[in-house]
Design a protein around this ligand. Structure first.
Ligand code: ZN
Length: 131
């Protein structure tokens, strides 16, 4: 029982650390000390080389829209879903606030912000970078 809970704790730790960053308004990611890969979503082992030597970093939160699509659901206006390439070299799925689906441009510069989700959880979103 104890072994199991320890295993679960170590498996959960990266997600908890990530959330702790969001609670402080920061976008956390990991960098592999072995192969220098920028790693996102946070995990225990580097997906490229398998190393467990992943170090936490704080992103400057600036990036470029790599891809965008519209998410249609019942009784709601379509929402945008984007893949953002952060300047530190990792890619994440998110949304761009304040823009209707279909008006997010690929290549647009965006800036990270934290918003609250439906259960008051911190959510990483992006806004259009001015200028
Ligand atoms: Zn690695």
């Amino acid at each position: 029982m104890e072994e199991l809970s320890e295993e679960m704790a170590s498996a959960e730790a990266p997600a908890i650390t990530y959330r702790r960053h969001l609670e402080r308004g920061k976008l956390g990611y990991q960098r592999c000390a072995e192969c220098s890969a920028a790693v996102f979503y946070p995990r225990v082992l580097c997906p490229l080389c398998g190393s467990g030597a992943l170090e936490w970093r704080e992103s400057a939160g600036r990036g470029t829209v790599y891809a965008t699509t519209a998410l249609h659901s019942r009784n709601r206006d379509p929402r945008n879903v984007v893949l953002v390439d952060l300047d530190e070299g990792f890619r994440m799925m998110s949304r761009v606030e304040g823009l209707p689906a279909g008006e997010v441009e690929i290549g647009a510069r965006v800036r990270f912000e934290v918003r609250r989700g439906e259960e008051d959880e911190p959510v990483a979103v992006f806004v259009r970078e001015e200028g």
